[in-house]
Ligand binder design. Structure first.
Ligand code: GLC
Length: 618
């Protein structure tokens, strides 16, 4: 069956009035879809028949899209750069920590609006594994909201309320693995051969061993190795993350079809942005580290094409925590687009690294190496998130001066509080002091606010917090704030009392939103009030400055080593002093400070850890 004739499967499943639009979308995206899927699964028996039934399912899901979402699809098709403006701001948090449940999250909408948030990433809220579940990243069912958080109706109500408030909901789409109590895993354990093929299961250890030779480890301490022996399977299941997270076998076309339909059903519940979790790991190839494989990109491109056909208002976001050279591929090419957004974890890690080194070299190197993006695509910038700051993404940049391993390990020790450091964090999954894996902690604790015992120490810690937020807000990306950082919340040490969490220090940065600090946010006599006011001033300034939109070009200007001087467009200059000493900078021409509203020219001095945003005077 040639590609063109498969369109009747799609159109046959779409209600009559939608057919012309479906045909237009298929004409635009069908060729990419077919080509990717043919390259992935073309050898499989009955490929064209499988493709036809996939299109029928997609057509039905297109037809089931509600009126409001269909209107959103139309609006966004007319303005595909809707998420690139300097008004765009994200916020990320856990449902229970932010609002107790989905209804409680809805009650936080005024707070989000006060901050200027237009995009809310709620960490996993679908039904999760009983017991340990990696903070919800072990999904037991994609079809229902976790009962502790509410129902599917609550989710739909929340997405509707957010939409009315101009906020897009972003949800994790955990596509690399499912929990071992997901129906597919249960069925496989019970002997269902079809479902066993949804996973990578090796009968003996030898195949696992030969893959293992070239694989890395995500949780080398808490979950060493990449395979788990499952007696009921009489074999070894591939488990990149925790042993209860079974990697899906994306070389099986049935897995693709099931997951594609899952994504579109969630889109129809009102999810507007999908955070594609652990995208780098989707395809396995012996002799490699099984990351960033070409087929993983084909899978993502096919999902993009499907979304463009059935739910074109949605955005796909790559969570690929990989070195920068691997990142551009996650955006695809103009003719074969992939994700709209990708985390810039190198920028995030380099900013923290620069703070520890009191030298902006790492961050300058990352900025210099950040390629321009295809149209209608954006980086995601962030100071902190629910995960560790992974240092290994910076190996290439860290090797520009000295031994990268030693350099990154020194940074990691710094954030664990070594040698009189102001930081209060912990090294993640690394007991070897000569190696760096990751660091955990809330931004405020890592920046010194937790230990600041006098006004001067607090002022400096606050500057560091703003320095990093200023970089993230001024870089040219979709910046995402992490829940609690707007109030300067510190680490939460209570996870140590919970046996199911004690082994994973990422829980340090997952506190409940602090109601006390929240109630103090408008009171500048409190620490929370000072953090909140300063951050809001930055956000407000950003909203006024078109040069801070995602796509505006960036240029690095020469500066003293601790300073990052980042020009955006012809008329905006951001200066960031990554050191505890005052630093000189010479301005060409006349500039105005956008926060303090002062006029500046010639040689100026940046205070310790200070940032300045300057607009050129005409
Ligand atoms: C992503 C998540 C992380 C989780 C992992 C496995 O990296 O951000 O929290 O542990 O995927 O799902």
């Amino acid at each position: 069956m040639p590609m063109s004739s498969s369109i009747h499967h799609l159109l046959g499943a779409v209600p009559e009035p939608l057919r012309p639009e479906a045909a237009r979308r298929y004409a635009a995206h069908g060729p990419a879809l077919h080509s990717c899927l043919h390259r992935l699964y073309g050898e499989a028996h009955g490929f064209e028949q499988w493709y036809g039934s996939l299109l029928s399912a997609v057509g039905e899901l297109h037809g089931a899209r509600g009126v409001e979402l269909a209107a959103l699809d139309t609006a966004r098709a007319a303005q595909p750069d809707w998420f690139l403006g300097q008004q765009m701001l994200g916020y990320c948090g856990y449902v229970d920590r932010l609002g107790g449940d989905l209804r409680g999250v809805a009650a936080r909408i005024p707070h989000l609006q006060e901050l200027g948030v237009r995009y809310l990433h709620l960490l996993p809220f679908l039904k999760m594994r009983e017991g340990e579940n990696d903070g919800g990243f072990a999904v037991a069912s994609f079809e229902e909201v976790d009962p502790r958080f509410g129902s599917n109706a609550d989710l739909e109500a929340l997405t509707g309320k957010l939409r009315s408030a101009g906020i897009s909901l972003c949800a994790d789409f955990i596509l690399n693995h499912v929990a071992d109590d997901h129906d597919w895993a249960r069925g496989a354990r019970e002997g269902d051969e079809r479902l066993r093929k949804f996973f990578h299961v090796f009968p003996g250890r030898s195949q696992a061993d030969s893959y293992e030779r070239t694989l890395g480890q995500v949780f080398p301490q808490a979950a060493p190795g990449n395979f788990t022996h499952v007696p009921a399977l009489d074999g070894w299941a591939w488990t990149t993350f925790y042993p209860y997270q079974w990697d899906l076998n994306w070389s099986n076309p049935e897995v693709f079809a099931a997951m594609a339909a899952t994504l579109l059903r969630l889109a129809n519940r009102g999810v507007e942005v999908f955070r594609l979790d652990s995208t780098a790991f989707l395809w396995k190839r012996e002799g490699t580290n099984c990351m960033n494989q070409p087929e993983a990109h084909l899978i993502l491109q096919a999902l993009r094409a499907l979304a463009s056909i059935a739910a074109p208002g949605v955005l796909l976001k790559a969570e690929a925590i990989v070195p920068m050279r691997e990142l551009p591929a996650y955006f695809g090419q103009p003719a074969q687009p992939e994700c709209h957004i990708a985390y810039h974890s190198s920028l995030m890690a380099a900013a923290w690294g620069a703070l520890a080194e009191q030298d902006a070299a790492l961050v300058r190197s990352v900025v210099a190496g950040t390629p321009p993006l295809p149209p209608n695509a954006s980086w995601l910038s962030y100071v902190r998130c629910h995960d560790d700051i992974g240092w290994n993404v910076l190996r290439a940049e860290a090797s520009e001066a000295g031994d990268p391993q030693a350099r990154l390990a020194a940074i990691s020790r710094f954030f664990a509080g070594a040698n009189g450091s102001f930081a209060r964090g912990e090294a993640f999954q690394s007991s070897d002091p000569h190696a760096a894996h990751g660091s955990n902690g809330m931004a405020a604790s890592l920046a010194g606010l937790e230990v600041a015992s006098d006004v001067e120490a607090e002022t400096l810690a606050l500057r560091r917090l703003l320095l990093l937020h200023g970089l993230v807000l001024g870089f040219g990306a979709l910046p995402v704030l992490y829940m609690g950082d707007e109030l300067g919340q510190a680490n939460d040490y209570s996870f140590r009392q919970r046996p199911d969490r004690a082994m994973d220090s990422r829980w340090l940065q997952r506190p409940l939103l602090d109601e006390q600090r929240f109630s103090e946010r408008h009171d500048s006599s409190t620490q929370a009030g000072r953090v909140y006011a300063a951050l809001r001033a930055l956000v407000a300034a950003r909203q006024r400055i078109p040069a801070l939109a995602a796509g505006e070009p960036r240029a690095l200007l020469p500066s003293a080593p601790p300073v990052l001087a980042l020009q955006r467009g012809p008329g905006f200059l951001a200066l960031y002093n990554f050191s505890g000493k005052p630093q000189p900078f010479t301005l060409q021409g006349h500039w105005s400070d956008t926060i303090e509203r002062r006029t500046l020219s010639g040689e100026i001095t940046l205070a310790p850890w200070a940032m300045q945003w300057l607009l050129r005077d005409n």
